[in-house]
Design a protein around this ligand. Structure first.
Ligand code: KIV
Length: 276
């Protein structure tokens, strides 16, 4: 049975919630089969799949294209579509329209929105339209230039207080969960205790209600850089490279395809063909 927003909410105070990103059919299918609670079609797509240098460089077209592939594969997990930067830049109506596209067109179950200056207004309207919203505070990559770059957030009392206020505001506005990215463990614990909705940590320590990682990072499929908070559960890139090199050698050495991978034609049919 599909996991609902209500199921996620009710895990608060219970077992830890699991979340991973996925961007295409085969990976989403594996994540779903493994029993992960939520799949995020993250705008990290820009970096780890499309080779771009910023998440702000993907738009609705790319996000919907990948979200559709993910929802085609998923039977159980709750699928969250990540609102790309330009999807909420014009005005609130446009933001709601784009959020609706994730639900109606791409068949996602919810959307995620990174904190930015007009975040409360936009979140309020999307929730009002009946769309479940996951908040995202702390390190918000889309606006990293405005918060001092890709750094741990909330390291002094004043900055930490701002994050607590943002979390409480998002809860009040109706978010069903909040991602805490790159915040000190003790602050994440404090926020998690103050909220009635689950916190999903990434670089926020073990006391959040759940954890999320970018799948390409944890599988060793993204070689450009590895943040401190990433644990590589397997290092696939060197293994894939070896397999590709083996294929190259076998093709060049006429070892592939062997008989096992080859089709045959009956001798008498071949003779007929040759005799024609
Ligand atoms: O885009 C993404 O993958 C994310 C996660 C890092 C939470 O927002």
């Amino acid at each position: 049975m599909k996991i609902t927003v209500q199921d996620v909410r009710s895990l608060k105070g219970g077992r830890k919630i699991t979340m991973l990103t996925a961007y295409d059919y085969p990976m989403a299918s594996l994540v779903d089969k493994a029993g992960i609670d939520m799949i995020l079609v993250g705008d990290s797509l820009a970096n780890v799949v499309l080779g771009l240098d910023s998440t702000t460089k993907v738009g609705m077209t790319e996000m919907l294209h990948h979200a559709k592939a993910v929802t085609r594969a998923v039977k159980k997990a709750l699928v969250v579509g990540d609102m790309p930067y330009d999807s909420y830049q014009v005005n609130t109506e446009e933001s709601v329209k784009n959020a609706k596209s994730f639900i109606d067109e791409a068949k996602c179950d919810a959307v995620k929105l990174e904190w930015f200056d007009k975040c409360p207004q936009v979140t309020k309207e999307i929730v009002k339209a009946g769309i479940p919203v996951m908040g995202h505070i702390g390190l918000t990559p889309q606006t990293a230039d405005k918060i001092g770059g890709f750094k741990v957030q909330g390291k002094d009392a004043e900055a930490a207080k701002r994050l607590i206020e943002q979390a409480l505001e998002l809860e009040k506005l109706g978010c069903f969960a909040i991602v805490l990215e790159c915040v000190p463990e003790k602050l994440a614990e404090m926020i998690s205790q103050k909220l009635k909705i689950p916190t999903i940590g990434i670089g926020a320590g073990v006391n959040c209600d759940g954890q999320v990682l970018v799948i390409n990072d944890m599988l060793g499929l993204f070689e450009r850089y590895t943040p401190k908070f990433v644990k590589k559960y397997i290092d696939l890139s060197p293994m894939i490279l070896e397999a590709i090199k083996e294929y190259k050698n076998e093709v060049e050495g006429e070892k592939f395809p062997s008989e096992q991978h080859t089709f045959s034609i009956k001798e008498d049919e071949l003779k007929k063909l040759k005799d024609e």
